[in-house]
Design a protein around this ligand. Structure first.
Ligand code: PRX
Length: 652
């Protein structure tokens, strides 16, 4: 059963979890009136959060909305790294631990806020020595090490626009992103540890950069150990030990306008080319701070917070670097795999560092369930007081397991819906106010307005389903796509003029709670990460054996969804299991391991409309064994019988 099939049953879910008296007794926010007040005066609400940041010059206008372009805190000046570092150190919190870091092999480091400020100052001075100036783009390709957070903050300190590329992406993906943003510098690591092996990142960077004339230098941080042989000696390369560690720790922050870009982060869209989502400084930080503080009921001087995301994704930007660090909380950061050396690694970390807030993804929770209850049971998890999930719809069984086995039945769970584009959490419970229901993301965050629209764009009022839209601008919304205003307008604002359309469907129950159904476009969600079917199709067609390809996402027990490819071969090639494997690998090489199709099915034909458009919906029906819906628009309905036979034959 797919998530959307399950939704009717879900809406009858009657296990509700009101906030416990114990939790409410200590919660930062318990007054339900907060929603009404914020929604009556959204500008006032967001301004009250902006005031909690440190501004060098205050804004003169809270917001300006010329659809589809918003500006927030106009005229305000601030620096993002100051919010995350200087103001805590200045307030006497320099000795508070910013990160308890643990490498996969078991090496440990503790960095205080003062250590982070010094490190950031050195990196920032190193960047200046390399000629990086305000507005220049810097691409980061690093594993989960404190130096990645330092590099991010160092860019923001001197006003360079950073763009983190998840270190699992291929050389081609990295190259495309560097070229699109015309970056001057790549900061990378030589490698990292994953499941007991060292992954070589530097070779990927060398391959990518070979085709990037904008790159003047590559700054190399060494993870050390096995990687001493990583390629070097290239004249544009410079070592962190020479370029950063020798620098002065003091680097005055560059004052940025609230609307100056802070970063570009690429995400998949419905075409083959990823979109460079642009976020700006003042509004983004306001949203990150407000949502971190309220959704996680954060107590910055007491909590130990652990978000298991990678900084290469938006969750790591907003809920490892900017939100938690602007709030000044202590965090845990872990380099490696959750099941290395054993399947209890996360719970060992929770116990060791006494983690109180834990934020992860449904795909991880489903893996924990599969690995067995004995792993969390072997550890003292009593320090936990709040759990979160993000990235994809969570199935109620996983939610309840999380509640029982990790939250030991006393931690509220916040199921947070948002996107790279929204910059911060948009639909979520507030743990001291709202009840929670397994499978529902509950309510829009105060100040956020979400509506459901039907096919014609009419509002669905009360209980019912439709397209989820956001009907009011918010400070941390994307400001556009890098170098592509047309695509920005077309992608988000053309389907329902006047509304931001995220691409998700949702249902509202009789009590007004929202249940996110997932994507309604040609984007799939694999282990909580967005992948475009078109991007994978282009990668398949790139192979010399392939004439044509169609890709769909099908349900998967652990990953939520996985890509499956239907391929028409050129007449010069014969289908074989070896070729299917080669094609899977080819996609991995071109995009990254995440995109590698679960299966490849060879077929002589694909179902197409008369205008030649591949009907992926029908392929999905075939793959999920469903009754085939409306085929009246199909040019040749007979194609489906052949496909079904092919699919059934190949499945085992
Ligand atoms: O489909 C929604 C799903 O993930 C998409 C956003 O992906 P990305 O930009 O990579 O950001 C992921 C982390 C914020 C959304 O359009 N999604 C995210 N969170 C949830 C979700 N679907 C259901 N429930 C969620 N809590």
């Amino acid at each position: 059963m797919t998530h959307s099939d399950r939704i009717e049953t879900l809406l009858e879910e009657n296990r509700t979890f009101p906030p416990s008296a114990e939790f409410v007794g200590q919660a930062n926010l318990t007054d339900p009136q907060t929603y009404a007040d914020a929604n009556a005066d959204p500008e006032g609400w967001w301004a009250s959060w902006a005031e909690q940041l440190t501004w060098d010059e205050k804004w003169h206008t809270v917001s300006e909305w010329k659809p589809p372009y918003a500006k927030w805190f106009l005229g305000g000046k601030l620096n993002a790294s100051v919010q995350c570092l200087d103001r805590h150190v200045d307030a006497g919190k320099g000795d508070q631990v910013a990160f308890h870091w643990e490498g996969e092999p078991g090496d440990r480091r503790t960095l205080t806020y003062a250590d982070m400020l010094e490190g950031v100052g050195r990196v920032a001075n190193g960047l200046k020595t390399l000629g990086i100036e305000k507005g220049d783009r810097v691409t980061l390709y690093m594993p989960m090490v404190p130096e990645l957070a330092m590099a991010v903050l160092a860019c923001s300190r001197i006003g360079a626009i950073f763009s983190v590329v998840f270190a699992g992406f291929s050389a081609t993906s990295l190259k495309d992103r560097i070229q699109d943003q015309e970056a001057k510098l790549v900061i990378c690591a030589d490698g990292c540890w994953r499941r007991g092996k060292v992954l070589d990142l530097k070779t990927v960077v060398d391959e990518a950069v070979a085709d990037c004339p904008s790159i003047k230098n590559v700054l190399l941080w060494r993870r050390g150990g096995e990687l001493k042989t990583a390629s070097n000696g290239i004249s544009r390369d410079c070592e962190w030990s020479d370029m950063v560690e020798t620098q002065d720790a003091l680097c005055p922050p560059v004052l940025m306008d609230a609307e100056d870009p802070l970063f570009i982060l690429y995400t998949s869209g419905t075409t083959g080319k990823p979109k460079g989502i642009v976020h700006t400084t003042g509004g983004y930080l306001t949203g990150a701070l407000a949502t971190t503080s309220l959704v996680f009921d954060l107590k910055p001087n007491e909590d130990v917070y652990w978000c298991t995301a990678d900084i290469g994704w938006i969750t790591g930007h907003s809920y490892i670097v900017f939100g938690p660090m602007a709030a000044g909380v202590t965090q845990v950061m872990y380099e490696g795999a959750p099941n290395h050396p054993k399947s209890d690694r996360f719970w060992e970390l929770v116990e060791r560092y006494k983690v109180s807030i834990f934020y992860t993804a449904p795909t991880a929770i489903r893996a924990f369930i599969k690995w067995g209850d004995e792993h969390p049971a072997a550890h003292d998890l009593s320090s936990l007081r709040l759990l979160g999930t993000v990235g994809e719809p969570i199935n109620p069984e996983a939610w309840v397991w999380y509640h029982e086995h990790i939250g030991t039945e006393h931690c509220p769970i916040v199921d947070t819906w948002w996107q790279t584009e929204t910059g911060g959490i948009m639909i979520t419970p507030l743990p001291g106010i709202t009840e929670t229901i397994p499978g529902s993301a509950m309510k829009p965050f105060p100040g956020i307005e979400a509506k459901l629209l039907d096919e014609q764009g009419a509002e669905v009022v009360g209980a019912g389903g439709g397209y989820l839209v956001l009907s009011r601008p918010w400070p941390h919304m994307l400001r556009g796509l890098w170098n592509d205003p047309e695509r920005y307008e077309e992608t988000y604002w053309s389907r329902f003029p006047g509304f931001y359309f995220p691409g998700d469907g949702a249902k509202r129950d009789a009590d007004g709670n929202l249940w996110i159904l997932g994507r309604v476009d040609d984007v799939m969600n694999v282990s909580g990460h967005r992948l475009s079917t078109m991007e994978i199709e282009s990668a398949l067609v790139d192979h010399p054996a392939v004439a044509e390809a169609a890709v769909i996402g099908i349900s998967h027990e652990l990953k939520g969804q996985v890509p499956v490819g239907f391929v028409i071969l050129r007449s010069s090639h014969e289908s074989s299991p070896a070729l299917a494997e080669e094609l899977r690998k080819h996609v991995g090489t071109l995009i990254g391991g995440l995109a590698r199709p679960e299966a490849i099915h060879f077929t002589p034909e694909l179902p197409k409309t008369r205008s030649g458009k591949i009907m992926r919906r029908l392929l999905r029906d075939v793959a999920e064994g469903k009754h085939i819906g409306d085929t009246t628009t199909l040019a040749d309905p007979g194609v489906l019988d052949g496909l079904r036979a092919e699919y059934e034959g190949n499945k085992g």
